[in-house]
Each structure stands twice: as C-alpha cells, then as structure tokens.
Design a protein around this ligand. Structure first.
Ligand code: SF4
Ligand code: SF4
Length: 118
C-alpha cells in the first residue's frame, strides 16, 4: 500500500470576498463624516510607521480595505488596537485624516450596535 507523503502544504482557507452579501452601510456612513477616505490608495505608508504595529498586528491599510469591502466582523478587535497617536496622519501622502477616520469607524460600529473592545 502506497504511503502519502506529507510535504507540509495544505489547501488555503477560502478568502473569497462576497460583495453581494457584504454590507456597504458602514463605509457609506464613514464617508459622510470623513470623505478623505476616498483619497486612500492603499500605499501602506501608514502601516509602515504605525506605533501600534510595533506591539500588535494592527494595520491601518488592512483596516481600510476591510471597511471598503464591507467585512465588518473583524473590525471589532482591530479598531481597539490603534493608540490614536497620529503618526500615520503625518506621513500619509494622500492627506487622509486617519485619526478622525478611525474614530468614525469606532463610532459607527458602536452606533450600529456592534460590541467594540474599547
Ligand atoms: S498612508 Fe494614506 S494613502 Fe497610504 S494606505 Fe495609509 S491612509 Fe491610505
Ligand atoms: S494613530 Fe493609530 S494607526 Fe495611526 S500610527 Fe498611531 S496607532 Fe497607528
């Protein structure tokens, strides 16, 4: 009987983004209050200089992508990691008002009834 060799590879978890079922409510409300979000080009400069990233796996770039995709479930824990130090705002090449953006995401999550950890 042939033995199956284990090479340490496995099938990756499905990462399909279901835009049809994802809600656009959060980004709509956040954009009303912080339209500079539209200027974000996902360059990652904010994530590269982030104070919270020194101690956690927080990435503002990823947070913005999740908000744009309408994947709001994982935002609960993510937003709590930001220390609101404002470094990202100083380096953003597109002038995104990042601190206000993060505060708005937190606020809108609370308003929508999602339990947040801050
Ligand atoms: S630095 Fe500004 S433009 Fe670049 S990913 Fe961050 S928020 Fe977006
Ligand atoms: S305000 Fe938040 S996202 Fe921006 S650099 Fe500070 S900890 Fe990172």
């Amino acid at each position: 009987m042939a033995t199956i060799r284990q090479f340490g590879y496995q099938v990756s978890k499905d990462r399909q983004i279901d835009y049809d079922n994802n809600s656009r409510n959060l980004i709509r409300k956040v954009l009303e209050k912080e339209p500079s979000l539209n200027n974000c080009i996902s360059c990652g400069t904010c994530a590269a200089t982030c104070s919270a990233a020194l101690y956690t796996d927080f990435s503002l770039r990823r947070l913005i992508l999740l908000v744009r995709r309408g994947e709001t479930e994982s935002l609960k824990k993510e937003t709590a990691k930001c220390m609101l130090c404002g470094k990202c705002q100083l380096v953003c090449p597109r002038g995104v008002s990042t601190r206000h953006l993060i505060l708005q995401i937190r606020y809108q999550l609370q308003e929508s009834g999602q339990k947040t950890e801050f």
